[in-house]
Design a protein around this ligand. Structure first.
Ligand code: SAH
Length: 354
């Protein structure tokens, strides 16, 4: 039984239907019953497994990519190394280990983590002991300095609104109550100024999603990178423009209906990389490049071969499977994309140019 359901029902009775974004926000971040507030969702025993939890190679490659950006930008003496939604801290731990091979980087770096979950902050603290991380609720409190930022499977967890095209207007998809059951509904069609450009590339009946918090965060990252230098690598599932309903709920590694167990399943939507790239201006965007292509360009196969020399038996088989899972187009290689942000004065992060 979902502890959040009675609260949602009471709110819908009192205030009427809510947007998909409000539903996502309550399910994921409710202070007592939110999905991220109440658990560590990652890993085999959890609900989903992310790339850094599959293999150390993922964090190593991303870390070295940021290291190369720092070298390309003349090795600024002070930098903010930041991650959005660091999960268990695995990606950052692997990146930091690889960055020991870039002389001077770690001496210049201060580690800053943006994380809403107290559970995961505790996991990050134990994993990243010695790196003295500072935690934040958002980006605003980060020091103003060259910013080298990672975000893996963070943006998909931010709340989206959904709009169905109806003539020159849009009907918003909302959640209401019918006989105490949560049900989807649609508002009347109204014009939406921010969706004006989408009238050119959609038809009647098409659904588009918009993630305002993702655009606001990327705008802030872009401002900092344009002003102080740095680079960002944003990795997630999604495409160059939003089209169609991508809202999904996942529990125990299986999809469940979006309205079935509020607060007890992960809720995500695909990332609109085109919208993020535009929001990042005046910083420059490169990509989004498929994850498999990006990792191959940066030498994941050579790294995999080097690690394989020390393995045999089941450990070797699982290492080979992990490499395939991260890179193969039928696994995470094509659906997941990497978007890079960099200042106009510097080259794009390696692996992201066509
Ligand atoms: N990057 C990690 C974890 C991905 S899960 C990995 O790849 O394994 C999403 C992460 O983002 C979790 O750490 C979650 O607690 C955090 N998160 C989700 N929404 C957030 C928000 N609005 N503000 C800050 N952190 C958030």
């Amino acid at each position: 039984m979902s502890a959040l359901l009675p609260l949602l029902q009471a709110r819908l009775r009192a205030e009427g239907p809510m947007t998909v974004a409000e539903y996502m926000m309550l399910c994921l971040q409710h202070p007592q019953h939110g999905y991220y507030t109440t658990r560590d969702p990652l890993g085999v025993a959890g609900d989903f497994t992310t790339a850094p939890e599959i293999s150390q190679m993922f964090g190593e490659v991303l870390g070295l990519c940021l290291g190369q950006c720092w070298l390309d930008q003349g090795r600024p003496a002070r930098l903010v190394l930041a991650e959005l939604g660091p999960g268990r801290g695995t990606l950052m731990a692997d990146a930091l280990r690889a960055l020991r091979g870039v002389p001077g980087f770690l001496d210049a770096a201060e580690l800053h983590l943006v994380e809403s979950s107290q559970h995961l902050r505790a996991a990050q603290a134990s994993r990243l002991q010695g790196a003295a991380p500072v935690w934040h609720d958002g980006l605003d409190t980060l020091p103003e300095a060259p910013l080298y930022l990672l975000a893996n499977e963070f943006f998909d967890a931010l709340p989206v609104r959904q709009f169905l095209r109806d003539g020159a207007g849009w009907r918003e998809r909302v959640i209401g109550l019918r006989e105490d059951q949560l049900v989807f509904g649609l508002t009347e069609a109204t014009p939406q100024a921010v969706l004006e450009p989408r009238l050119a590339d959609t038809q009647d009946g098409d659904l588009v999603e918009r993630c305002a918090p993702a655009e606001a965060l990327t705008g802030e990252i872009g401002r900092r990178i344009a002003e102080h230098g740095g680079a960002a690598l944003i990795v997630d599932y999604g495409s160059d423009r939003s089209l169609g309903d991508t809202l999904q709920a996942v529990r125990a590694h299986a999809k469940v209906p979006v309205l079935a167990v509020p607060g007890q399943a992960d809720l995500t939507a695909h990332v609109d990389f085109g919208a993020l790239a535009r929001a990042a201006a005046p910083a420059c965007a490169s990509g989004a490049v498929p994850q498999g292509v990006f990792l191959e360009r940066l030498g994941i196969t050579q790294r995999a071969q080097a690690l394989a020399r020390r393995l045999d038996g089941a450990a070797l088989q699982s290492h080979i499977a992990a490499h395939r899972r991260l890179t193969h187009p039928d696994e995470m290689g094509r659906l997941f994309k990497v978007l890079g942000l960099h200042p106009r004065s510097a080259p794009p992060p390696p692996g992201l140019t066509e």
